[in-house]
Every structure is written in C-alpha cells, then in structure tokens.
Design a protein around this ligand. Structure first.
Ligand code: FPP
Length: 243
C-alpha cells in the first residue's frame, strides 16, 4: 500500500477550499436506492474530506450543505436532511475536537429547526478555541441573500453615520457585513457531479477562486478525488486579472 501524500507532495496547496457537494440524489438513484441514502453516504464524504484537508494543513474548508433553494425540496427530504445534519452536529464533536477544528456555519441560521440551531451552537462554542482548520458549513445559504443582507447593513450605516460614511467604504470594508467577516476568499472551488455552475455559492468570496469540476458524485468524492483537485490547483497559474 502506498502511504498518503504529505503537504510537500503538492506543488502548492490552497489556503482556503470551498466545495459544492452535488450529486447525492443521482448517486442513490443510479443504485436503485432512495435519495436519502445518497445524503447519508455523502455525510461520510464530508467526514473523509474534512479529515484529509485538516491533515494536509489547509486553513479553511467551506462546504455547501444546504442552500436557500433547497427549502423548495419535498418536505420529507428537507426533514431527513435536517435530521442528518443534527446527527452530524452531535456525532462529529469528538472528531472536531481531536483534529483541533474550529467549526462555524454561514447562512440564514434562524430558518433552521430549533434543535439544529441548538446543536450547532453547542458544537460551535465547544470548538471556538481550537487552533486548527476552520470548517464552515453553508446552511440555508444563498450568495444573493448574503449580499442583500450586506446591503441592508450598509443602509443602516447610512442612517446612523450618514452618506459620507457609506461613500468612504472600500471593497474590503464590505466584508465586515458578510455572514462571516473572518472568512478567507477560497483559492479553490470544487464542484462534484460534473455541473459547471456556481449555484449562488459565495458570490462575493469566490470571485478569483480557481474552479475544479469533478465528474464523480459527492458520495464517491473521497481522499483520492481531493488529491486530484489539489494537484490540478497546483498546476494553475493565478494572475488575479494581472498578466
Ligand atoms: C446535493 O445532492 C447535496 C445536497 C443537497 C446537500 C449536501 C448534503 C450532504 C453532503 C449530506 C449532509 C451534510 C452534512 C454536513 C451532514 P443533490 O441531492 O442535489 O443531488 P442531485 O443533484 O443528484 O439530486
């Protein structure tokens, strides 16, 4: 058996990674299983990818776990996803603490069931003094809604401090109005299941992210697929609009 790669085996590792986890439903349907089974196996991919990113020393990992659009799914699927999420928030605590992970969430968290909010708060508070990778789940998250909320907060600045204060705002000042002002822009944005879309994810933060689309569905996305994405990232030249 070959040993797992070390950070030095990659030309350049991203500091921050974000992932659109797609294809759970199709993965299950292709196997004649209920869609929910795809989400369950997808939760195991969350575990494997989180552990591997932390082991490689990646600074931040942000996972698109539930979008604002996902509320439109059948009530039964939404309820099952919320149950799975709640279970994950409780069961992952030892793994989060053992790996020194700082756990956070971004999105309209007040729309989540009260029990999920409670378990989230416990996990977040428990991990806030850890010193390792930041694992962030996007929950009930939409990029446009995040920007709308930021605009509303700017309007409050206008009322409290006047239009001059608003006109002095620079791009980086806008960050303080986003859901998590401490979040780093992702260097690498991965999407699974072959779709070439950003799907309302991190519209502000991912402006210069390198995109990597994997053809496999999320439940099949494990360490080897992550390494492939990291190698592809290492081979890219990033110019941020320059030459
Ligand atoms: C996309 O598959 C995935 C989601 C809607 C949510 C992602 C959820 C998980 C990975 C499981 C739970 C997460 C945690 C953190 C425990 P899809 O249903 O859109 O797939 P499809 O496009 O094939 O229908």
């Amino acid at each position: 058996m070959t040993s797992p790669p070390s950070p030095a085996d990659f030309a350049r590792l991203p500091e921050a990674v974000a992932i659109i986890m797609d294809g759970n439903g199709r993965w299950a349907q292709e196997r004649g299983l209920p869609r929910f089974k795809g989400h369950e196996v997808g939760a195991e991919s969350v575990r494997a990818v989180t552990r591997e990113c932390a082991r490689l020393g990646i600074g931040e990992l942000t996972l698109y776990a539930f979008s604002t659009e996902n509320w439109r799914r059948p009530a039964q699927e939404v309820a099952l996803l919320m149950t799975l999420l709640e279970r994950y928030l409780v069961e992952e605590r030892p793994e989060i603490m053992d790996n020194g992970i700082v756990f956070r969430a971004v999105g309209e968290l007040d729309r989540l069931p009260a029990s999920v909010q409670r378990e989230y708060e416990t996990t977040r508070a428990m991990s806030e003094r850890n010193g390792g990778m930041v694992l962030r789940l996007a929950l009930s998250y939409g990029g446009r809604r995040e920007l709308l909320h930021a605009a509303q907060k700017v309007a409050r600045v206008a009322v409290a401090e006047g239009l001059d204060a608003v006109e002095r705002l620079g791009e980086d000042d806008l960050r303080q109005f986003l859901y998590d002002p401490t979040m780093r822009d992702p260097d690498l944005l991965i999407r699974t299941a072959g779709e070439m879309r950003v799907s309302n994810f991190l519209l502000w933060q991912a402006s210069y992210a390198e995109l990597h689309v994997a053809d496999i569905a999320w439940p099949d996305f494990r360490e080897a697929a992550l390494h492939e994405a990291l190698r592809a990232y290492g081979a890219r030249a990033r110019r941020f609009g320059g030459v």
